[in-house]
Design a protein around this ligand. Structure first.
Ligand code: ATP
Length: 503
């Protein structure tokens, strides 16, 4: 698993997807740059989301609000007081950890024991194995489950009550050691705010303290009435936005899974109070459908319903994805009630109410939120696509099986040889296709090597121009995943590719 993840990171660098930020200065921790192919994949994911959310929904519109917001925004939203991580230092290694993550990692080890029991039993029973039944009855599994559950409940409870001493007690009782040094010599647990602060204004006296936004959602809430009125929107309606967010993350060691600067794709759906149960279920279902439409495999996703709810929510679930390091949150769907609009009313002194023309009533709408990290989605798509395949002749190939709609380059055009007028014909085809798709041209090395290069970078189609092309205007179209090759008229390439890569 760990090797898998290392491969993902090195492949992302080698093929121009993701670089460490400021690499020549040894990088900046948990900050990354998207390279020539990464920027295209990221753009395609963003567009795929935007199309599904904004273009395909009559009642959802877009927004691009500023990263800087009035500082009172973050008082109202609760981020100044409650957007904290509980941190603990190890006195010997001087390393800092998130206390909740240390405990979760401990629980993950217990869960791994359950999985081991299950796979042992699966082998023993063969076809007759009923996993659900086994997990519900096997005494050892039940004991592990109870142990994991008790720990998680106690941690959630203590964090909720802000009982940081008990969080420390729990770490000590469980005998959790510093992953680096093995030492169990811990400091007290302290809350640490995740927002980055900065200043607006020139002189020290008049400067105003600002925060870099830790989520895009608040830009939507403060614009709610402007959009509703100018767009003459009727409830239910949504506002969608994609943009940068910043968090001073402490545990930032999982590549682009957890970054200090990242991008979110969020949609806030405004509804009538009392209808949140239905809309929450609807959006859970719609968002899962969106994921499955990419064909990445149902078995890689699962819902995780939250027991411990954030201060603003009356229901919340994550869509988890099977990353190379395990099942982890990819997207959140939250029923936020009227918490945000209500707080902004309170702090701004302005009414943020919707007038319902049918019932002639005014009310503060409830909100269902869908929130997904663009970078995290990138990692999901990329890590799942990267595969080592053994071919029939025993050789292996590295192939990046990105969904064709998301691939950075759709077609590579390859003249079989660098002479006899083949490059000219190939360039002509390139010019024909280039308005509609990202196309690339490659004439270096043997054609087999060029195919492998395109496989590794994720290009779904290669078109080869050869001597026969000069006679009958046909070319070879090669499919990345099946490696199948077909002969088609050059004039049909555009339509063939469009059929597979259109969103
Ligand atoms: P986590 O528990 O992983 O810290 P969260 O519950 O704080 O995430 P939300 O505040 O609900 O996350 O943010 C919504 C989405 O934004 C997440 O599902 C994730 O995809 C993305 N996200 C949050 N924090 C980061 C980060 N530091 N780097 C990359 N993506 C992030």
């Amino acid at each position: 698993q760990e090797d898998n993840f290392k491969n993902v990171i090195s492949h992302a660098k080698e093929y121009g997807y993701v670089f460490q930020s400021s690499e020549i200065y040894d990088g900046l921790s948990a900050v990354y740059d998207y390279a020539q192919n990464g920027v295209e994949l990221k753009k395609n994911i963003r567009e795929y989301w935007w199309k599904a959310m904004v273009q395909m929904n009559e009642n959802i519109v877009g927004l691009d609000s500023a990263i800087f917001m009035h500082p009172t925004t973050w008082k109202a939203s609760g981020h100044v007081d409650a957007f904290n991580d509980p941190l603990i230092d190890n006195k010997d290694s001087k390393k800092r950890y998130r206390a909740d993550v240390l405990i979760e990692d401990h629980v993950a080890k217990i869960e791994a024991k359950i999985e081991k029991e299950v796979s042992k039993a699966a082998k023993r029973f063969g076809d007759a194995f009923d996993q659900e039944q086994f997990e519900a009855t096997n005494p050892r599994v039940l004991r592990y489950k109870e142990e994991a559950d008790t720990i998680m409940k106690r941690m959630a409870g203590s964090l909720e009550k802000e009982d940081l001493q008990d969080v420390k007690n729990l770490i000590e009782e469980l005998g959790i050691a510093c992953p680096l040094s093995g030492s169990k010599n811990w400091t007290d647990v302290k809350q640490f705010n995740l927002m980055f602060g900065t200043k607006l204004g020139a002189s020290a006296e008049s400067a105003m303290d600002l925060y870099l936004r830790p989520e895009t959602a608040q830009g939507i809430f403060v614009n709610f009435l402007n959009v509703q009125k100018t767009g003459r929107m009727k409830i239910p309606f949504g506002i969608a936005q994609v943009g940068k967010a910043f968090r001073n993350e402490i545990v930032a060691r999982q590549f682009i899974f957890r970054m200090r600067e990242f991008e979110q794709m969020e949609m806030q759906f405004f509804i009538k109070p009392g209808t949140q149960g239905e809309w929450y279920e609807t959006w859970k279902e719609r968002r899962m459908k969106w994921h499955l439409s990419l064909g990445i495999g149902e078995e890689n996703y699962r819902f995780h319903d939250h027991e411990k709810l954030a201060h603003y929510a009356d229901a919340a679930a994550d869509i988890e994805f099977r990353f190379p390091f395990g099942l982890k949150e990819l997207e959140g769907i939250h029923s936020r009630t009227d918490f945000d609009l209500g707080r902004h009313e309170e702090f701004s002194g302005k009414k943020l109410q919707y007038f319902d023309p049918e019932t002639q009533e005014s009310y503060v709408p409830y909100v269902i939120e869908t929130s997904i990290g663009l970078d995290r989605m990138f990692l999901a798509v990329f890590s799942n696509a990267l595969q080592e395949e053994t071919l029939e002749n025993g050789s292996t190939r590295t192939v990046l099986k990105l969904p064709a709609v998301l691939a950075p380059t759709k077609v590579a055009i390859l003249p079989l040889v660098k002479k006899d007028g083949l490059p000219e014909v190939a360039m002509q085809l390139l010019e024909e296709l280039q308005w509609d798709f990202n196309v690339t041209y490659d004439e270096k090395d043997a054609v087999g090597r060029r195919y492998r290069r395109q496989d590794a970078v994720g290009t779904p189609f290669c078109v080869t121009v050869d001597h026969q092309t000069l006679e009958d205007n046909t070319v070879t179209l090669r499919y990345r995943d099946s490696m199948e090759q077909i002969r088609i008229p050059m004039s049909e390439v555009a339509a063939k590719v469009a059929g597979e890569v259109d969103m």
